[in-house]
Design a protein around this ligand. Structure first.
Ligand SMILES: Cc1ncc(COP(=O)(O)O)c(C=O)c1O
Length: 402
């Protein structure tokens, strides 16, 4: 007897990335020389997980009762205020109209956005290259996914494609929700310029005159971009305030190298006080109806790391060291990959890059046979430089271009 409902009986087993990683790890443990560019976590050159020592210590310092006690349903207020202050440092207009709830990582924030800003069966709109779990989240929550062509012929963000698709969404479903993952887009590595943000904002404002449009900025990697000020893009979003629904999926996973702590937040900007209260109620209700409340100890540690000046300074310095290591890998990759003619988007920093290739399936398989693991996806191979030692990059590039 099958007890699962019909729709749940055909769920795929195993995640592609985790399966490839398991295979790479198995062969490495058996003594083979392996380059594993599948893992979406920042590793040291010796293959161990890079962890900010100050963050690890702050977590150890959280008292047992703080771990054991339930947190408030929307999240601990100190943590939420600290997350809002983190995103909007230097942008008081946003800070003044923000409300937030705690979520288990950025993933939980994406979930709440899908459930509160789309009706069942309506479509999310995102870039044609996107983080695979966007699809999983949509499937699980009975929403659909649709994409616009990410890159124009000149390699920049295809704002015209967004414009066209957004028009279609509003015509067919009367509302739209857009996920943009920036900077350091997963999987392409692309970071939008201020001018590209401006183009996106103009398009959204234009369409929002006819129906509700909501933008969610998935900022999972925002502290790993190359911009001197990681919050500079926020000023480009000002015209959205009061015109377009504006959400931010904030995550401690990468910023504080504690992926398993599951600390995140969904931040919503709503200048109208009454609407803000309605939004806060809806999001808190969604928390109660899914995970009830998040990990109090995790929020406590991250809240402190965000607000204690000495801890902020220490984490910033430690993160800079990790970023420098990542940047060295990115530079090495660019230096070797360009002369080989590999095709990939402008790549200046971040965990991943995507190499475009028509024979992605065969090429990925061939590379795995040679002990070089990347993640094949339609038309491309995702390369997680975050997990590859600088010394292995020549072998990686040779395998990619063979
Ligand atoms: C694009 C993107 N968004 C969101 C997340 C969410 O991560 P977490 O739920 O660990 O915060 C990830 C994690 O890999 C990601 O790559």
């Amino acid at each position: 007897m099958r007890y699962l409902t019909p729709a749940r009986q055909t769920r795929p087993t195993g995640d592609v990335i985790f399966t490839l990683n398991a295979e790479a790890t198995r062969r490495k443990n058996a003594g083979e020389s392996v380059v594993n560019a599948t893992i979406g976590a920042l590793l040291n050159d010796d293959g161990t997980l890079a962890v900010l020592p100050t963050a690890a210590q702050a977590i150890k310092d959280v008292k047992a009762t703080e771990w054991a006690t339930y947190a408030p349903i929307p999240g601990s207020p100190e943590f939420l205020q600290a997350a809002i202050a983190d995103v909007f440092a230097g942008h008081p207009r946003f800070k003044a109209c923000a409300t937030a709830v705690a979520t288990p990582g950025g993933t939980g924030a994406l979930r709440h956005a899908l459930m509160n800003y789309l009706e069942p069966k309506q479509k999310l709109l995102t870039t044609s290259f996107y983080w695979g779990p966007y699809q999983t989240l949509c499937d699980e929550h009975e929403r659909d996914i649709d994409t616009f062509r990410m890159f124009a012929a000149d390699g920049t963000l295809d704002v015209a494609a967004l414009d066209a698709k957004l028009g279609e969404h509003l015509a067919s479903q009367g509302r739209a929700l857009i996920f943009l993952n920036d900077p350091c887009h997963n999987p392409t590595g692309y970071s939008m310029t201020q001018a590209e943000w401006r183009g996106v904002v103009q398009t959204l404002v234009k369409h929002a005159k006819t129906a509700p449009v909501t933008l969610l900025v998935d900022m999972a990697y925002f502290l790993y971009g190359r911009a001197a000020d990681p919050r500079a893009f926020v000023s480009e979003l000002e015209p959205l305030l009061g015109n377009v629904g504006l959400l931010f999926a904030w995550s401690a996973s990468k910023s504080f190298t504690h992926y398993g702590l599951r600390v995140g937040a969904l931040i919503a900007c709503e200048p109208d006080e009454k609407e803000r209260a309605v939004t806060a109620a809806a999001l808190a209700y969604a928390c109660r109806g899914t995970w009830s409340n998040c990990v109090r100890g995790g929020m406590s540690a991250i809240g402190k790391l965000l607000s204690d000046a000495a801890l902020v300074k220490a984490c910033d310095a430690e993160r800079e060291t990790l970023k420098a290591r990542l940047t060295a890998r990115v530079q090495k990759f660019n230096e070797l990959a360009k002369p080989k003619g590999l095709r990939y988007p402008r790549y200046e920093g971040g965990f991943f890059v995507t190499v475009f290739t028509d024979d992605w399936k065969e090429r990925g398989q061939r590379m795995a046979e040679q002990g070089v693991f990347v993640v094949p996806q339609p038309g491309a191979l995702r390369v997680a430089l975050c997990s590859v030692a600088e010394a292995d990059i020549p072998r990686l590039v040779t395998a990619l271009s063979a």
